[in-house]
Ligand binder design. Structure first.
Ligand SMILES: [Zn+2]
Length: 220
């Protein structure tokens, strides 16, 4: 039951306005979600920088060679120092996207990086599926092709490297999306300060109490 306007806390005698003015907007302590989001954002930026460097300084004759041919013969192309890094990025970020997209379609539990989306969380699943669909539409290559080299068929080296970069960035973006949704949920749970009718032990009727006093009494 909400108290009438202008009502004062039974204990400290303040109105809602006075309580809010004295407390201000509570500064939330950074949560695990905030920390994870900061970390993933950092990783994404770092990966983008590293992956952009791959394409810098490739001699012209390599640029136009077939991506799959070069990646399939790494020992032949030792001069291209990024080959190992690209292979690792494919395993860590690109190939899992095929599984994530399949899990989304089947409505199964999804694993995105170190984060899980449970099977009964259609809101998060749909949000990720939408993001992957948009990417697939733009690139013209479906996520299900990403578990092998098929998705790279016909790409020249420079284009293939850019594609790996964009897919890696997508993998981080999906994690960011999940964490942003977690953050929104946390914000909704933050207490708002006000006055509400509450019952105090040993007291026969409910009285108006501000959030501060109510939480103090609870601790008694
Ligand atoms: Zn009070």
């Amino acid at each position: 039951m909400a108290p009438k306007d202008g009502i004062r806390c039974w204990i400290c005698g303040r109105t809602v306005e006075e309580v809010q003015r004295s407390i201000g907007t509570p500064a939330a302590e950074p949560s695990d979600v905030d920390r994870n989001l900061a970390r993933v954002t950092e990783q994404k930026a770092r990966f983008y920088r590293v992956a952009t460097d791959w394409t810098e300084g490739i001699p012209e004759q390599f640029r136009n060679m077939d991506y799959n041919f070069i990646m399939g013969n790494p020992s032949q192309f030792k001069a291209l120092r990024f080959v190992d890094d690209v292979e690792q990025a494919q395993k860590a970020y690109v190939e899992p996207l095929a599984g994530i997209s399949a899990q989304a379609k089947k409505g199964e539990e999804m694993v995105v990086g170190e984060f899980k989306v449970s099977a009964d969380d259609p809101r998060r699943r749909d949000a990720l599926a939408r993001q992957m669909d948009e990417f697939a539409k733009k690139s013209g290559r479906s996520m299900s092709m990403l578990d092998g080299q098929r998705a790279f068929d016909g790409l020249k080296l420079a284009d293939g490297l850019r594609f790996v970069r964009d897919l890696g960035v997508l993998h981080f973006s999906l994690q960011q999306k999940l964490l942003e949704m977690d953050q929104d949920d946390e914000k909704k749970k933050m207490p708002t300060f006000g006055i509400s009718m509450a019952k105090i032990k040993t007291f026969p009727r409910a009285v108006p109490l501000c959030t501060v006093c109510e939480s103090l009494i609870k601790g008694l």
